[in-house]
Write a protein that binds this ligand. Structure first.
Ligand code: NDP
Ligand code: GDR
Length: 349
């Protein structure tokens, strides 16, 4: 049985990846941050009590800002594959918490690579490592962006991801480690964090449709993104680590749409006639520097690994709308029963 270790397992991608690896017969270990509230909701459907004899998902407390915890977990989990997905992943928030973002995203990756390097000492166990890179690294570079496009990062988050990318390349070259950088363009799902623009839109329009909310406040509506489905993208991560040689790959759909187009389609699926009546601009959601136009060129991964996305832009929006319509209905039922329902934590989104 192969063993995998996932940092960021409680996030959107971590939960999809854990499901994929469990379905392939892996024993999966995940790193979870201690929090005062539960942060494992996305894993509820696959988590078994560790006392169950057939539990193959194991969670360990740890943090990528704590190198010693990574060492302990590597020793316990003895993984064949490591997927480093942990990040302060919100671009807007990275302007408020730049040092912290660098510590988690850039130095966090370096800490992991240092542990890996010791762990894979000569004659030691071979471990394959996936680094979660981002299209944000391309920043203001002209589209379409491919593996050979120069990085021009536009946020503390993106700069930190560029550092993590180059640390990974350097450790691959310097120590002969099996490390792959995935350069993934935006990917979404009903599990997407509620402060990212797609989910913020599908959540809010559902609530507006049922009269639970009056307005949706957004920032830059002209930004163009290459949006895919998270379930497809974790397959690309896994595929990279199954090859004979480590390499770096862009993962994208090859189609780009504006935030406005996303609003158009989401409103259409909800049967909302004119979303402009409900949407207002709030400058707090503008970024000091934004990325205007991302469009990935996925030809390398299609050619070399045979990967291509299965879910289209429209299907993605429909999945998110269907899910968030159900959530809004549940909230409506609670409201009718006299419960106060609050939208939480959207001020940073
Ligand atoms: P999420 O924000 O949903 O998940 C991030 C995960 O990282 C969570 O499990 C979070 O834990 C964990 N985490 C945060 N800080 C730490 C820390 N200090 N130590 C350990 N774990 C930590 O992100 P996604 O799932 O969307 O993305 C996964 C990765 O891929 C990230 O690295 C992201 O930057 C990158 N990426 C994402 C893209 C996308 O479109 N989704 C595109 C390109 C790259 P907790 O649940 O406790 O907060
Ligand atoms: P992004 O995703 O920054 O591309 O990073 P996000 O959904 O936050 O923003 C996409 C675009 O929408 C514009 N926008 C808004 N964004 C948010 N969050 N909230 C708003 O109200 C709003 N209004 C307009 C933004 O300005 C931006 O142009 C995501 C993250 O998952 C990263 O971790 C990942 O690396 C990249 O995708 C690829």
């Amino acid at each position: 049985m192969k063993r995998a270790l996932i940092s960021g397992i409680t996030g959107q991608d971590g939960s999809f990846l854990a499901e994929l690896l469990l379905s392939k017969g892996y024993e999966v270990h995940g790193i979870v941050r201690r929090a005062s509230t539960f942060n494992t909701d996305r894993l509820d459907s696959i988590y078994l009590d560790p006392h169950e004899p057939n539990a193959t998902l194991h969670l360990h407390y740890g943090d990528v800002t704590d190198g010693a915890s990574l060492r302990h977990i590597m020793d316990k989990a003895q993984p064949d594959e490591v997927y480093n997905l942990a990040a302060q992943s919100h671009v807007r928030v990275s302007f408020d918490q730049a040092e912290y973002t660098a510590d988690v995203v850039a130095t966090g990756t370096l800490r992991f690579l240092e542990v890996l390097r010791d762990y894979v000492s000569p004659g030691g166990k071979q471990v394959r490592f996936y680094q979660a890179g981002s299209s944000e690294m391309f920043g203001s570079a002209n589209p379409p962006q491919s593996e050979s496009t120069e990085f021009q990062p536009r946020s503390p988050y993106a700069v930190s991801k560029v550092a993590a990318h180059w640390y990974s390349v350097n450790y691959r070259e310097a120590y002969g480690l099996f490390i792959c950088n995935g350069i993934l363009f935006n990917h979404e799902s009903p599990r997407r964090g509620e402060t990212f623009v797609t989910r913020k839109i599908t959540r809010a329009l559902g609530r507006i449709k049922l009269g639970l909310q009056e307005k949706l406040f957004l920032g830059n509506l002209t930004a163009m993104r290459d949006w895919g489905y998270a379930g497809d993208y974790v397959e690309a991560m896994w595929l990279m680590l199954q090859q004979d040689q480590p390499d770096d790959y862009v993962v994208a759909t090859g189609e780009s749409h504006s935030v406005t187009e996303f609003l158009d389609l989401a409103a259409f699926h909800y049967g909302i006639d004119n979303w402009r009546r409900y949407v207002e601009t709030d400058p707090r959601y503008f970024r000091p520097t934004d990325v205007n136009y991302l469009l990935g060129d996925p030809s390398k991964i299609r050619r070399k690994l045979g990967w291509q996305p299965k879910v289209t832009f429209e299907e993605l929006i429909r999945k998110m709308v269907d899910h968030d319509m159900e959530l809004a209905k549940q909230e409506q039922t609670l409201t009718h029963a006299g419960h106060k329902v609050v939208m939480r934590g959207l001020s940073h989104g």
